[in-house]
Ligand binder design. Structure first.
Ligand SMILES: O=c1ccn([C@@H]2O[C@H](COP(=O)(O)O)[C@@H](O)[C@H]2O)c(=O)[nH]1
Length: 305
């Protein structure tokens, strides 16, 4: 220790949570870390979707330099004040290895600023390949490690088991697509299974089983679009986070969170991408749009009816 430097513990433990002061990264289960992050910064996820049209509208250019400038601006404006970010991998993959290098660096900067990062990659495959995806995104040994990824259960919920195991072992999480926000989704997700449940309900129930009894919140979440309206699905036993995209650009508003999720809405993590990003590159406007979204969702989620 340098002369005059006061000693303080690098790692603080609060119940199940470990906070590394130097890395400014919370450790503990994903469910517990997510709860702590939204308690500290508010219940909001900002999606980072560098669409070609946004890069052009921001005046940074639809190229690698523009992608880098766009990502750096979002980090500068919001990384230390928003609880959760959801970079959309597709928009970085578009630029090949140079795009992926920017994604990797953006993830690192967001996490160093104390934010939780959910990478939207919608992975799913046979078990042995699912293991490799989990090693790529959910194992701290990987350069692309995030706090959670989105996953598709279309190869059968059981095919996700390696991802669930590796996520939980490393204090990370998984968001399983259940009832997505796109208009084409009901043809598959509302189809009935042999026991009369919809495919979407089956996924919700499988996730409930994984999270049974976990406190304060399970580490396996679901993705349910804020656009889906009142469908009669039962979200009450999920006991994990419910990621709700579809707000803003896709037409859903904060009030829809009440219609769609009913009394389960306290576990909902509202997610906006284009609605907020369209305010850039001005840092103050990005912050104002984020505060507006946060306040609208907080009001809706707090209603008692
Ligand atoms: O059901 C789903 C699942 C994922 N998404 C993703 O979220 C964002 C939404 O962006 P907006 O600009 O807020 O519409 C995008 O990355 C989607 O791929 C979703 O929309 N719906």
């Amino acid at each position: 220790m340098a002369r005059g430097q006061t000693h303080r513990a690098r790692v603080i433990e609060i119940g199940a949570l470990r906070i590394d002061r130097e890395e400014r990264v919370l450790t503990g289960s994903f469910g517990a870390r997510l709860e702590a992050a939204v308690a500290a910064r508010g219940r909001l996820c900002v999606g980072i979707d560098p669409h070609a049209a946004l890069l052009t509208a921001w005046g940074v250019g639809d190229d690698v330099a523009g992608l880098e400038r766009f990502s750096a601006t979002v980090v500068e404006a919001l990384a230390d004040r928003v609880a959760v970010f959801k970079p959309q991998s597709a928009f970085y993959e578009r630029f090949g290895t140079r795009g992926m290098a920017i994604l990797e660096s953006t993830i690192r900067q967001l996490r160093s600023a104390g934010a939780i990062v959910i990478l939207d990659v919608k992975r799913g495959d046979i078990g042995s390949t699912a293991t490799a995806y989990a090693q790529a995104y959910l194992d701290p040994a990987s350069p692309m490690c995030v706090d959670a990824i989105t996953a598709s259960p279309y190869l059968g919920f059981g095919s996700l088991q390696p991802m669930i195991d590796i996520a939980i072992r490393n204090g990370n999480g998984l968001f399983v697509l259940a009832l997505t926000s796109n208009p084409e989704a009901p043809s598959v997700q509302h189809a009935l299974t042999a026991d009369g449940r919809t495919v979407g309900q089956l996924i919700l129930d499988e996730v409930s089983q994984v999270n049974t009894g976990v406190q304060p919140l399970g580490s396996v979440g679901v993705v349910v679009g804020a656009t889906i309206g009142e469908t009669g699905h039962d979200f009450s036993s999920v006991n994990g986070p419910i990621l709700a995209p579809g707000l803003g650009a896709q037409g859903a508003g904060a009030a829809d969170l009440v219609t769609v999720f009913g009394t389960a809405r306290r576990a909902v993590l509202p997610s906006y991408s284009r609605e907020i990003l369209a305010e850039g590159p001005d840092t103050a406007r990005l912050r104002t749009a984020t505060e507006r979204a946060l306040a609208a969702c907080a009001d809706a989620l707090a209603t008692t009816s």
